[in-house]
Design a protein around this ligand. Structure first.
Ligand code: SF4
Ligand code: SF4
Length: 375
C-alpha cells in the first residue's frame, strides 16, 4: 500500500538488540538477545492504525539487525494485512542486507509493494568491507535495486573510509542507487586537523564529478540549500523526534526516536529526558549556534548524537563544525559553477533565489578562507 504525500506518523519497534555484524562505527552498545512479543506488537499497531489522529503510519522494524527476527516480522505483517484499518500504512525496515536470502528474500519479493527495505551500504567492496564486517559479498545488491528502485541507501563515512568517500558515493550512484544523507560516524573528533585536507580533496572530487556528470542527482553531502543561510534563524527542531515518531523497545517501553533507546543510553540517561517537552521546539535550539554561526540554518543536527557526545541534547556536536564548513564551501563552489553556466538564462522566478545564493557564496567563501585557511 502506498502512503500519501503527507508525512506519515513513524511508529517503530526494536525487534532485537542483536546484530550479526560488528560495524566499525556502531554506537549501539547493548547487544542482549531479549525477545519482542508478537502479540504486544499487534496490540500497539492496532491502536495506531485505528486512531485517525495519526493519519498514515509508517511501521518500522528496527534493530540490531531486524531480519534476525524474520518469523516475528512475518507473523505481525501477515496479521495486519489480513485486517481492515482506518489508517493507511506501510511497513519498512533498514537492514544490513546480509540475511536477505532464501525465505526472507522470497517473502520480501512477494510483498515488495507493501514492505519496503532500505539498505545500509558504505560504498565499494573494499570500503564496505572495512566498515561493515566484510559483508559486501553477502548482499544481493541487484535484489534491492530491483524491488525498491526509489528507496535511498544509507551510507556512513568512518575514519577507515574517509579517504575514499567520493569514489564510494560515485560507486553507489553509478550502481543505480539513490543516496540519502551521507552520515559521518558518531563519536569521532572530525575537527582534528588531519581530516581537513582529506575531506577537502574528497569533496572537490565530488564537485568535479557532478559538473562532468549532470545526469546524477547531487548527493546531499554537497547539496546544501546555502540560500537559507540568508534567512532569519528560526527556533525550530531539525527532526521529528518525540513529535511524529515513537519507538517501542522489546519490553514495551517507548522512546522519542531510534537514537534515544536503551541500546545506546543507560537507564539514568534516558530517565533524565522524561521531563522534557519534545513538542517545545525552543528547547532544542543551541543558542550559541543561533547567535554566532552563519551556517546555523543548514547545519544538520541530531539530538541523540548531541546527547551521546556531550550529554546535552540541545547542545550541537561541535566536533563536526569543520565538516559542515567544508560541505558548505564545496556546495557553494558547485552552485557558483552552475550559476555561471546558466547566467544568461536565469528565469525571472529564480532571480531572487540566485541573488541569495550569490550572497551566501561570498560569505561562506570568506568564512572558510578565514577559519579553515582554504585559499
Ligand atoms: S534525534 Fe537524531 S536519530 Fe532521532 S529523529 Fe532526530 S535526527 Fe533522527
Ligand atoms: S557549524 Fe558548528 S557552530 Fe555552526 S551551527 Fe553547526 S555546530 Fe553550530
Amino acid at each position: 500500500m502506498q502512503l500519501p504525500e503527507k508525512r506519515p506518523y513513524n511508529l517503530s519497534f526494536i525487534v532485537t538488540h542483536e546484530c550479526n555484524l560488528r560495524c566499525a562505527y556502531c554506537y549501539e552498545s547493548n547487544r542482549d538477545n531479549a525477545q519482542l512479543d508478537a502479540d504486544q506488537v499487534k496490540r500497539i499497531i492496532s491502536e495506531y492504525l485505528n486512531n485517525e489522529k495519526y493519519g498514515s503510519v509508517q511501521i518500522d522494524f528496527f534493530g540490531g539487525e531486524p531480519w534476525l527476527k524474520f518469523d516475528l516480522i512475518k507473523e505481525v505483517c501477515e496479521w495486519v494485512w489480513e485486517r481492515q484499518w482506518k489508517n493507511k500504512y506501510l511497513f519498512f525496515t533498514t537492514t544490513n542486507g546480509t540475511l536477505v536470502h532464501g525465505e526472507v528474500k522470497e517473502w520480501l519479493g512477494k510483498n515488495k509493494e507493501r514492505f519496503w527495505c532500505g539498505l545500509s551500504l558504505d560504498g565499494t567492496r573494499e570500503t564496505h568491507n572495512k566498515n561493515r564486517s566484510n559483508s559486501f559479498d553477502k548482499i544481493d545488491l541487484d535484489f534491492f535495486l530491483e524491488c525498491w528502485p526509489k528507496q535511498t541507501v544509507k551510507m556512513t563515512i568512518s575514519p577507515l573510509s574517509i579517504d575514499n568517500f567520493a569514489d564510494d558515493i560515485i560507486f553507489i550512484q553509478e550502481k543505480g542507487f539513490l543516496i540519502a544523507g551521507t552520515n559521518f560516524a558518531e563519536g569521532i573528533d572530525w575537527n582534528d586537523k588531519k581530516y581537513l585536507s582529506i575531506v577537502s580533496k574528497q569533496l572537490e572530487k565530488l564537485v568535479r564529478f557532478y559538473l562532468d556528470n549532470p545526469q546524477y542527482e547531487i548527493a546531499q553531502i554537497i547539496n546544501l540549500a546555502i540560500e537559507h543561510c540568508e534567512s532569519p534563524k528560526k527556533a525550530y527542531k531539525w527532526c521529528g523526534t518525540g513529535d511524529n515518531m515513537r519507538i517501542y523497545d522489546i519490553d514495551g517501553k517507548h522512546y522519542p526516536c531510534s537514537f534515544f533507546t536503551p541500546m545506546t543510553f543507560k537507564k539514568e540517561q534516558l530517565d533524565a529526558l522524561k521531563s522534557i517537552d519534545f513538542s517545545d521546539h525552543s528547547l532544542f535550539v543551541d543558542k550559541y549556534c543561533a547567535d554566532n554561526c552563519y551556517l546555523f540554518n543548514i547545519c544538520p543536527n541530531c539530538y541523540g548524537a548531541n546527547y551521546l557526545v556531550n550529554g546535552k541534547f540541545n547542545e550541537r556536536d561541535k566536533s563536526r563544525c569543520n565538516l559542515v564548513k567544508l560541505q558548505a564551501y564545496y556546495a557553494s563552489a558547485l552552485q557558483a559553477q552552475k550559476i555561471i553556466a546558466k547566467s544568461s538564462n536565469i528565469e525571472v522566478s529564480e532571480k531572487n533565489k540566485v541573488a541569495l545564493q550569490i550572497r551566501a557564496i561570498e560569505k561562506i567563501n570568506d568564512i572558510c578562507q578565514k577559519e579553515l585557511f582554504i585559499e
